[in-house]
Design a protein around this ligand. Structure first.
Ligand code: CA
Length: 239
């Protein structure tokens, strides 16, 4: 695997790598270190959850198949109880069910094994850029009784506080920036996930479903996130 064709360097980040296969751990460690990142390794689920709390990593790369009682899905679920750190899942095959289950537990992206150095580094880079770009603005966005506090990342609908994963938040925030206008599918994908994701319509559909479940009083009859079939989505004030 060649690592010398990666021209862009990210700001150094702490990355928690959760993987039990020694060869793969060494490979990922070498790759990330070569781009200036600090790597912490956990070889089982229990250690992974502890390290996530202790090290406060900027990113977690999480293998779904782990030895012991706690698998990758469970790690994801437990980490989400206390952290919004971005999580990239490693899946053995492109299994749709695994991906969707991971997303529903709060994972942000996935990489299918076997992956190339370039692919993994591109994903890492994209996700770090996204999570860092997210803290620039402050202030409140109010759309009907939906309120997004950009300083604290708190989202409320009426009196209820809504718990969103980082990706769900970015999607809602992007729609809110263009409230009342249709944002085309490709534009949403590119703003929320990055330009290299502009064809991943399945990501978008999945996350729209999660968001609706969380913010819509009746997800079957959405009043905030509305669909324009074949074009995109828009955020309405719910009236
Ligand atoms: Ca494994």
């Amino acid at each position: 695997m060649k690592t010398d064709d990666t021209s862009t360097r990210d700001e150094p980040a702490t990355v928690l790598v959760v993987e039990d296969e020694p060869r793969l751990v060494r490979l990922i460690e070498t790759l990330l270190a070569s781009t200036g990142h600090h790597v912490v390794v956990a070889r089982d689920g229990q250690t992974a959850v502890e390290q996530a709390a202790l090290e406060q990593p900027d990113l977690i790369i999480l293998d779904l198949l782990l030895p012991g009682a706690i698998d990758g899905f469970e790690v994801c679920r437990r980490v989400r109880e206390f952290s919004t750190v971005p999580i990239i899942m490693l899946t053995a095959r492109a299994q749709e069910q695994d991906k969707l289950r991971g997303f529903s537990l709060g994972a942000d992206d996935y990489v299918t094994k076997p992956f190339s150095a370039r692919e993994l580094l591109a994903r890492v880079s994209a996700i770090l850029r996204r999570s860092r770009g997210a803290d620039e603005s402050t202030g409140l966005i109010e759309i009907g009784d939906l309120i997004i506090n950009q300083a604290t990342y708190r989202v409320t609908v009426g009196d209820s506080e809504i718990n969103l994963t980082p990706t769900e938040y970015r999607l809602l925030f992007t729609l809110a920036q263009h409230a009342g206008q249709v944002v085309p599918h490709r534009s949403l994908l590119s703003q929320v996930w990055g330009p290299e994701y502009s064809d991943e319509i399945e990501y978008l559909r999945t996350y729209i479903r999660y968001l609706r479940r969380k913010i819509e009083p009746d997800p079957e009859r959405p009043r905030f996130i509305l669909n324009r079939a074949g074009i995109g989505y828009f955020l309405s004030d719910g009236s």
